[in-house]
Design a binder for this molecule. Structure first.
Ligand code: SAM
Length: 292
């Protein structure tokens, strides 16, 4: 048995050996608590039937714990300086493939599409770089990957916004974008003390279970998201005011907007933050013919 990577002592030894210096610009905060890592993998529902995708393996702390449970791990790392380190730290695991790519630019499906076919399910587990959490999650959801779930560490505040329910201050267009594709749940709050270096913000682990079909069936997805964004334009304004101010040519079409709200049984004086995802779906379908 070799020592886990994620202990303060072993992490320091590895970093010292390679003279590694953290790059803040790449969101490099490494986990040094094996129990937390095991819990993330547990929440990630990883089994030998799983092809796991990890974003940002760092020195391999989480990768190692995933590799112990998964059929195979595909770990995307942007920082070339970490490649020789990962080669050493992950050498005991034959089921890990490190891919030196920026996840935001990578064509994930063409890179690993053939290899993931032999597994029953594909799941993402990661401790994300905090400067790009939302773009990474939206890319994974919209890239056409056959994902069952995404279980990731991110800023607590962002996790709360993603999992928020209507009529809360955290609820907004990000909640709807994420919940359109997934069922979102914050499963763990994580203290700053389990990272080196410690981040400035509190952290949480969110689990997004990908829906078989989106939460609402809409006629035009792009227009649905346009209506959602317009509705949250200024949070203190009514839904009517936000739609007329923020939808293209909304001002000239005030009457059309009023009629659509009436047909969707939505009081024009309500605020966007009180509408459920289903109500946004009905509303955008009612508005669509007048705005295409
Ligand atoms: N998984 C390790 C852990 O838990 O200790 C490291 C997590 S650290 C928060 C984020 C990692 O993501 C770093 O290794 C960083 O170099 C990498 N990273 C940052 N931006 C990336 C990107 N666009 N694509 C792939 N990896 C990225």
């Amino acid at each position: 048995m070799h020592k886990d990577i994620a202990t303060p002592k072993r992490t320091k030894e590895i970093l010292d050996k390679y003279g590694f210096s953290f790059k803040k610009s790449l969101g490099q905060n490494f986990l040094i608590d094996t129990n937390i890592l095991r819990n993330i993998v547990e929440y990630g529902e990883i089994t030998e039937k799983t092809a796991a995708i990890e974003i940002g393996p760092g020195i391999g702390a989480l990768t190692e714990q995933i590799a112990k449970r998964a059929g195979k791990v595909f770990a995307f790392e942007i920082d070339q300086r970490l490649l020789p380190i990962l080669e050493e730290t992950l050498s005991p695991y034959q089921n890990v493939k490190v891919i030196h790519k920026d996840i935001l630019k990578a064509d994930v499906l063409s890179l690993i599409g053939d290899e993931i076919k032999e597994f029953e399910e594909v799941r993402v587990v990661a401790n994300l770089p905090y400067y790009v959490t939302t773009p990474i999650i939206m890319k994974l959801l919209q890239d056409g990957l056959p994902l069952s779930s995404i279980t990731v560490m991110l800023q607590k505040e962002v996790a709360e916004r993603m999992a928020a329910k209507p009529s809360t201050k955290e609820y907004g267009s990000l909640s709807i974008a994420v919940q359109y594709y997934t069922k979102a749940e914050t499963v763990m709050i994580v203290p700053k003390t389990v990272f080196v270096p410690q981040p400035n913000v509190d952290s949480a682990v969110i689990r997004l279970k990908v829906r078989d079909t989106p939460a609402v069936a809409v006629k035009d997805e792009a227009f649905f998201f346009e209506v959602v964004r317009a509705s949250f334009g200024q949070r203190r304004k009514t839904i009517l005011n936000n739609l007329t101010s923020n939808l293209h040519a909304g001002k000239e079409k005030k009457q059309v907007v009023e009629e659509a709200l009436a047909k969707a049984s939505i009081d024009p004086k309500r605020r966007g933050e009180t509408l459920s995802i289903e109500e946004f779906g009905v509303l955008s379908d009612e508005l669509l013919p007048s705005f295409v």
